[in-house]
Ligand binder design. Structure first.
Ligand code: HEM
Length: 147
């Protein structure tokens, strides 16, 4: 009797621990949670499709090689979401010097965040996860704007 009980208790503790571990792993790696490489690429593609038809944002991207940008943005996002540590692009502050010279400000950043939100939603990323990802992106605002 005593032994069976100990066993049960052990099983319960084990189940609790593994659930916790699983939960922690999911929370620390948003990249895996949303579906990895293909999901990131899909979202980034949807995102720039939207940005390029927005007349308030389009002028910033007029002379930009969009295939290269999509690739570097996917890499950056992968790093931001914990999927990898390698990002081969320029520092974020430096990469936006040209856009700042064209008048980049908070309102453009807000628009970009909006388009990212819609793109994540169209990629079937859950609402809570979208909030987490947007708050990570929000963390780049100062660098992007050079403040
Ligand atoms: C969430 C905020 C943003 C993030 C995380 C972000 C990220 C990036 C990354 C990773 C690159 C590639 C860097 C490289 O070429 O090595 C890039 C380039 C660029 N970004 Fe952003 N960006 C953000 C906001 C903006 C905004 C608000 C604008 C303008 C409306 C913008 C316009 C550009 C342009 C025009 C380039 C290409 C620059 C060039 O090739 O000369 N970005 N961005």
């Amino acid at each position: 009797m005593m032994r069976a009980r100990t066993h049960q208790l052990g099983a319960l503790i084990f189940a609790g621990l593994s659930r916790k571990r699983k939960g922690a792993a999911m929370a620390t790696n948003l990249y895996e949670l949303i579906g990895g490489r293909s999901k990131v690429q899909q979202t980034v593609a949807l995102f720039y499709d939207r940005v390029l038809v927005d007349p308030r944002l389009r002028p910033f991207f007029e002379n930009v090689n969009m295939d290269g940008l999509r690739a570097r943005q996917s890499m950056f996002l992968t790093m931001l979401l914990g999927g990898s540590r390698t990002y081969g692009g320029r520092e974020i502050q430096e990469a936006h010097a040209g856009a700042r010279a064209l008048g980049l400000n908070d309102s453009h950043f807000d628009l970009l965040m909006y388009h990212f939100r819609v793109a994540l939603n169209e990629s079937d990323v859950g609402d809570e996860t979208i909030e987490e990802i947007l708050s990570l992106l929000e963390g780049t605002r100062k660098d992007v704007l050079g403040a």
